[in-house]
Structure formats: C-alpha cells, structure tokens
Design a protein around this ligand. Structure first.
Ligand SMILES: [Zn+2]
Length: 293
C-alpha cells in the first residue's frame, strides 16, 4: 500500500490534493502544472519551466511572448540588487462598498503575491537610474483602481523629483469596475503627472505588453515620448468584438496586435523581450542630458 503511494504518478497525487482541498481544485491544479511545463497557446508545444525561464518566457518554437509576473519582469530588466520598491503596501479600499470587492482583493493578493496590480520603485538599467512601474495582469486583470493610478502617478512624479527618466510596463484590462468613477479619475491623474514630467524635460518610456486595453491605453499608455511594445501584444481601447458589433464590419485578423499598430503609426518600435533591456538602456542614455548622470 505504501509502495503504491510512493510510486503513484503525479496526476494521481494531484487528484488526492484536489480531493483533500475541494475548495479550489483548479487553482491547485494550475499551480502544480505551472511548476513542470507550460503549453504554448500558439504552437501548443510543451515547454519545461526551466527552459522557458532561461528563454525569458518566450516560446523557443514560435517566439510567443508569455505574460510575465512583474517580479520576473523587474528581475530581467534592472541591474541585480539595484531595485528599491516603493509604496509596496499601498492598496485599494472599497470606496463604493462594492459587494465582495474587499474579499476579492484579499484572495488575489494571496494567489499573486502582490498587493496591487502594479509594482513600482527605483532601479538601474546598465547603470542608468530610472523610476520604474511594472503592471501586473495577474492582479485583477491589471485593472487601474485608485491605488494603481496613485502608484503610477507617484512613479512619474518621482522622476520629476529625482530628475530621472521614467519607464512604465503596461498590462491592463482597463478601469477597475468595482471603483467606478474613482477608477476613471486615474486616467486624468496619471496623464497630469505625465505632463509634469514633460514640463520638467524628462523622458517617459512606455513598453506596452500583452494585453494593454481600456483606460490605460486611453491615458499614460499612449503618452510616452517613446512607445515600445512586445511582439504580438494585444493593444487597444475596446475589444475587437465590441468594435465589430458597433461598426458591423469584420476586422482584420491581426487588428490590435503590436505589429499592426506599428504599421498604423501608434508605436515607435516592436522589440523582442531579449532585446528590451539593451534597447531601453540605449534610449535612457541617449535621452539623458550631459551632467545629469
Ligand atoms: Zn509556441
């Protein structure tokens, strides 16, 4: 009996875990699978976690860029040991007493290991100091509630205060419906902060990652002095189905993907993940005035 248990395959062990903890079987299954292999949603190849991580979470077969956790993104971008996180404990309240919102925030915090849908701080890229914000689609779809907007605005204002370039990685489904008008106000707040940065003569570099939609696209997401995007990222305001329903026309297949937006003049460049760090370092260096290093 014991031997059988030891030899049980991992799906059998998974079933036992699921039986023990019926409350969240799919989450448990997802976590256990995540430790072993990922399946590429485009070419369907199974890739071992280690190999995928080595390849910066880009599929070695078809170059599909997987979505990144902000901690991974920061690890791949900044110089080791240079990142100092800011406003880590800043999180949304429930200003409209939206039913179940507080509970949802607690649940997502436990699963994602994040307090909000953005991680912010100061770090260096190839020795150049920047004020950095990295959004997290893993946290309520990267929705921009009041805490997210505040953290983004503070990141931009830190650039003004410390005379640093600002780099923001976006990943968002748009406004956070549970905060209603408070969420929509973040568009104005972040856009105003971007204007202050511009007045101070400092650059804002935006990297749009999959997916960036809604209120983020409609505010600071499109206000960068240089706007980069990862390959194949979904970028837009409303989703394609909503647009097709409104204009009663079928949209092109690659509509709202980075490459299409580049051709349409919305982006400056589509950059593969392996070249993002060196591209950003080049941009930061060339946009920093002499004596301001
Ligand atoms: Zn693939």
């Amino acid at each position: 009996m014991n031997r059988k248990r030891i030899r049980a395959s991992w799906p059998a062990r998974l079933r036992r875990v699921m039986i023990k903890r019926k409350a969240a079987p799919f989450l448990i299954q997802e976590r256990i699978l995540a430790r072993r292999t990922h399946q590429c949603p485009f070419c369907h190849r199974h890739i071992e976690e280690g190999q995928l991580e080595e390849n910066l979470f880009v599929c070695p077969e078809c170059s599909h860029h997987f979505r990144l956790h902000p901690r991974e993104r920061i690890r791949f971008l900044v110089d080791p040991g240079s990142f100092r996180e800011t406003d880590r404990d800043l999180t949304s309240l429930n200003p409209l007493d939206f039913p179940g919102y507080g509970e949802k925030i607690r649940r997502v915090t436990n699963i994602s290991g994040l307090n909000e849908a953005v991680v912010t701080g100061i770090g260096t890229v190839e020795g150049w100091e920047i004020s950095l914000a990295v959004m997290a689609f893993q946290f309520m779809g990267g929705s921009m509630g009041s805490a997210v907007g505040e953290k983004i605005a503070r990141t931009i204002r830190a650039g003004v205060r410390l005379q640093l370039p600002v780099v923001i990685f976006t990943a968002s489904g748009g406004a956070r419906m549970q905060e209603g008008i408070f969420s929509l106000m973040q568009m104005a707040k972040t856009a105003a902060a971007a204007a202050q940065l511009e007045q101070a003569g400092l650059p804002l570099f935006i990297v749009l990652t999959d997916p960036t939609t809604g209120g983020v696209t409609a505010s600071f997401g499109m206000l960068g002095d240089v706007i980069l995007a990862e390959p194949g990222a979904l970028i837009g305001f409303a989703g394609p189905r909503v647009i097709e329903g409104t204009i009663k026309k079928q949209l092109p297949e690659d509509f709202q993907r980075s490459e299409f937006l580049l051709q349409s003049g919305f982006l400056d460049r589509v950059v593969e993940r392996s070249r993002l760090r060196s591209t950003l370092a080049f941009l930061i260096k060339t946009h920093t005035l002499p004596g301001r290093d």
